[in-house]
Design a protein around this ligand. Structure first.
Ligand code: NAD
Ligand code: TYD
Length: 356
């Protein structure tokens, strides 16, 4: 199955923009990017493909039922890749309601719009329709030193972010089991790569390191994450959408477990090599151990063997080369960085997209 009309929610975000790029480069699908353009969105990330005849953008909030019905009626997708979400754990600790609103309520609204649209389709089109929810391994909670998440690991979320994503996973499964909507879920590990908003660990450390300001490491820096290069993830999402079994859950991981202090020190070494600064000196000197995040999950690790066995997907980027490319991307895209930091891109978007 290879969908021809793909509705991507959250396509102006970090992973969504990589998915849109992947679809335009490696499939023949027409793509509708539906995004509310929150603080995390950046249309500069899509500037070079914005005029592709197979691409269109629609500004809309997934919580807006009318706007969702209209998007389905106008675009008539045969596949939905749902990525729109509030995505940052630290923000969910200071303002959890936005996470419940977008991730839980918004997903339910989107599911209803998808269901209403899907029920009107002829049977053959109903069968080939797919709704794929992009979720996180954080729904499974924290691991100790050993073991890895599998598709049957029980849910045990710790933060408002992961609880809201767990809620949205349950809703997606319920719409599948109760109403027959052909749904799939992917749960992936921590993504990194170009165009990630600099509130997440890796881009925050790169930009702080470049500026010569503190590198805040939570607790002792011994928490472990399994790092997945964003383009490997985009490829996995599309493979699951095209070849995955309806109702199944697919785990996607980078096979690159590192503790946070190791990640930060590796970034320091890369910055010292690629952007040496006599004023700043060795970046490791900027590391500061700060108060730990409340409810901080100790370790995440993914066992992606079931995904590899059923779909043949494996990550291709090694953590070392992926991290080097990522640092180089931020060095080469100061305009993107400046725009994100000053908010000028948001003013630009307001001006350019006010009519939509
Ligand atoms: P992001 O924060 O970079 O982008 C989210 C996008 O969703 C933004 O463009 C934003 O404008 C849009 N959005 C937010 N609320 C919306 C709403 N109400 N209506 C329409 N659009 C809205 O996020 P990301 O890192 O690209 O993550 C994408 C998805 O992948 C999320 O569902 C996230 O939970 C999941 N995920 C991310 C990671 C990661 O490491 N980044 C890991 C696992 C899972
Ligand atoms: P983050 O990128 O926020 O992803 P998540 O919380 O979804 O895993 O954080 C990755 C890890 O880095 C996590 O263990 C928290 C830690 N961290 C820091 O030590 N300092 C920071 O400034 C940030 C943002 C994260």
């Amino acid at each position: 199955m290879s969908a021809k009309r793909v509705l991507v929610t959250g396509g102006a975000g970090f992973i969504g923009s990589a998915v849109v790029r992947h679809l335009l480069a490696d499939s023949e699908a027409e793509v509708l990017n539906l995004d509310a353009l929150t603080y995390a969105a950046n249309l500069l990330s899509l500037q070079d493909i914005a005029d592709d005849p197979r691409y269109q953008f629609r500004r809309a909030d997934i919580c807006d039922a009318e706007a969702m019905q209209a998007a389905f009626a106008d675009f008539r997708p045969d596949c939905v890749l749902h990525l729109a979400a509030e995505s940052h754990v630290d923000r969910s600790l200071t303002g959890p309601q936005a996470f419940v609103q977008t991730n839980v309520v918004g997903t339910a609204v989107l599911l209803d719009a998808a269901r209403n649209y899907w029920e009107q389709l002829p049977e053959s089109e109903q069968q080939s329709f797919r709704f794929l929810h992009v979720s996180t391994d954080e729904v499974f909670g924290s691991l100790g030193d050993e073991g890895a998440f599998t598709p049957t690991t029980p849910y045990d979320p710790s933060s408002p972010y992961s609880a809201s994503k767990a809620g949205s996973d349950h809703l997606v499964r319920a719409w599948g089991r109760s109403f027959g909507l052909p749904t799939l879920i992917t749960n992936c590990s921590n993504n990194y790569g170009p165009r990630q908003f600099p509130e997440k660990l890796i881009p925050l450390m790169i930009l702080n390191g470049l500026e010569g300001i503190e590198l805040p490491v939570y607790g002792k820096g011994d928490n472990v994450r399994d790092w997945l290069y964003v383009d490997d993830h985009a490829r996995a999402i599309w493979q699951v959408a095209c070849g995955g079994k309806v109702g199944e859950t697919y785990l996607v991981g980078g096979g690159a477990e590192r503790d946070n202090l190791t990640v930060v020190k590796t970034l320091c070494a890369l910055l010292d090599e690629l952007a040496p600064s006599a004023d700043i000196g060795p970046r490791e000197g900027l590391i500061r151990f700060v108060t730990d995040r409340p409810g901080h999950d100790f370790r995440y690790a993914i066992d992606a063997s079931a995904t590899t066995e059923s779909l043949g997907w494996t990550p291709q980027e090694s953590f070392e080369s992926g991290l080097r490319q990522t640092v180089q991307w931020y060095l080469d895209h100061q305009e993107w960085v400046e725009a994100v930091r000053t908010g000028s891109y948001r003013n630009w978007m307001e001006k350019n997209y006010a009519w939509r």
